[in-house]
Design a protein around this ligand. Structure first.
Ligand code: ZN
Length: 248
């Protein structure tokens, strides 16, 4: 028998949630009172994820993008509806944002580096004085990497201004377009991130680098998914991925 507080203590430690400053209030955002038999895992703390988790019989939901950022300001409108739903359904909410991007084993970027088959993987992409992503070596082609991206459900929007031969790849999932400057400085042939920004076109062209925008949502399903076998084994709970993709 396990409760949300015990799972929280374990995750806070495992994900080193106090190691990086974050606008997300990481950790247990909403408590419940039941024991936890089933945990749902989702990217976003949206009402649809909550409803699907409750329907699936979960007592706890673990997300990458939580509901509380920079502290709660008002409990009204969509925030009221979400808090009300969580409390009425006795569903606990745990969030881990930047800690679940940067973790070497369970983070979005650590999992992506392994998926792309990188070697000599090192931390990359400074944000708030700490690295979020990873950079590694390979000996492959842009087309082969695009194939892996596609096979793993990511979007294939790209700026192909670099070489076809790929030796060095830098990764920051989600909204990591700003870190493309760091990818260029590190000599990467390819930078993989989630979403684009207008200025990226000429930046990539003038620096002759390939940039792939795999989708914010699609590059950030890997962290929560990596926690599923960990928690199943540790606490003997059921787990389910709650898939609620976004249109951007
Ligand atoms: Zn994100």
């Amino acid at each position: 028998m396990v409760n949300a507080k015990e799972i929280t203590e374990f995750l806070n430690e495992e994900l080193k949630i106090y190691d990086i400053e974050d606008s997300s209030c990481n950790g247990l955002q909403v408590e419940n009172t039941d024991e936890i038999k089933k945990i749902g895992f989702a990217v976003d703390a949206c009402l649809e994820s909550f409803e699907k988790a409750a329907q699936a019989g979960c007592q706890m939901l673990i997300v990458h993008h939580g509901m509380i950022w920079d502290g709660i300001k008002y409990i009204k409108g969509d925030t009221y509806n979400k808090v009300k739903f969580l409390i009425e359904n006795n569903l606990a909410l745990y969030a881990s944002h930047l800690p679940l991007d940067r973790h070497e084993t369970y983070g979005n970027n650590g999992v992506l580096a392994i998926l792309l088959g990188l070697n000599n993987i090192k931390p990359f992409g400074y944000h708030n004085g700490k690295t979020l992503g990873f950079i590694g070596e390979t000996d492959t082609t842009l087309d082969k990497i695009k194939q892996i991206i596609k096979e793993n459900g990511m979007q294939n929007s790209s700026l192909d201004f670099g070489k076809q031969e790929i030796k060095k790849v830098a990764i920051v999932s989600g909204g990591g377009s700003k870190e493309s400057y760091q990818a260029i400085a590190a000599g990467a042939d390819l930078y993989l991130t989630g979403e684009s920004a207008h200025y990226q076109h000429h930046l990539a062209k003038e620096n002759k680098i390939n940039i792939i925008f795999g989708g914010h949502y699609e590059t950030e399903v890997f962290g929560v998914k990596a926690l599923m076998p960990l928690l199943k084994k540790k606490f003997n709970v059921e787990t389910e991925f709650i898939d609620v993709p976004t249109l951007i």
